[in-house]
Design a protein around this ligand. Structure first.
Ligand code: DC
Length: 221
């Protein structure tokens, strides 16, 4: 059987991972959440007291760091040096550390190798920021899933509220965090967030998840 890879890029909270998981299930492909890999490195830096901005300290940290996925009961779990950190990486502190640490070329090169290796041997739905542009420029299908910053901030606010991790933040603060992260992801020097020229654009601002999933499936034959 030939390998098929579907790249899904876009800004945070656009619905990428939910959509990617659904598509993977539907088409029987492996879901790869590349953001989780950056988050795992962000978490490690926090734990070691390393500033994610400090490339000089981040680079040696990578030498003895192992990040990989493990399938547990059909669900992808992320392992950092053998420890399952799938839940621990979902905080706002780790989100920001991941966004900052992902600006370093040494970090990107390391994860790029791992991501390409997975896609070489497995048919995947891979979600991230640079999958269609850098990691898998020859992906079978490429999508850019986006939504307005206000809509994404609203989704994130509700999610944090439900999980009880809002920590007193206002909607405006959540919106400001989203915009700051967008700006950092889009303006960084290496592999910035941008749509691949040959991608299909999906704006989920006025779509529910089912509609968005169907929009992608229609483009996949
Ligand atoms: O998708 P996410 O929110 O879990 O990603 C966290 C951060 O990781 C994001 O702000 C930027 C970075 N990232 C990246 O630079 N490239 C990717 N392919 C995936 C994530």
């Amino acid at each position: 059987m030939s390998i098929m890879n579907i790249a899904i890029d876009g800004p945070s909270s656009a619905g990428k991972s939910t959509i990617a998981k659904r598509i993977a299930k539907r088409l029987n492909l492996t879901y790869v959440d590349t953001g989780a890999m950056y988050r795992a490195l962000g978490l490690k830096a926090i734990r070691l007291g390393i500033s994610p901005e400090d490339g000089g300290s981040v680079s040696p940290m990578l030498e003895n760091t192992n990040v990989c996925f493990k399938n547990v009961d059909g669900e992808q779990r992320i392992l950092l040096d053998g420890e399952d950190v799938s839940e621990l990486i979902r905080t706002e502190e780790v989100s920001n550390a991941a966004s900052v640490i992902s600006t370093h070329a040494c970090v990107r090169e390391r994860l790029l190798e791992l991501q390409r290796e997975i896609a070489r041997n497995t048919s995947t739905v891979m979600d991230g920021r640079d999958i269609g542009t850098v990691v898998l420029p020859d992906a079978t299908y490429k999508f850019f899933v986006t939504a307005s910053a206000e809509v994404r901030a609203r989704r994130r606010y509700l999610e944090y509220e439900q999980k009880g991790i809002l920590d007193g933040r206002s909607f405006e603060q959540v919106l400001a965090e989203i915009k700051a992260r967008d700006h950092r992801d889009m303006t960084r020097e290496f592999a910035p967030l941008r749509p691949a020229e040959d991608c299909v654009m999906i704006d989920t601002s006025d779509m529910d998840i089912d509609t968005a999933v169907n929009a992608l499936l229609e483009a996949i034959d």
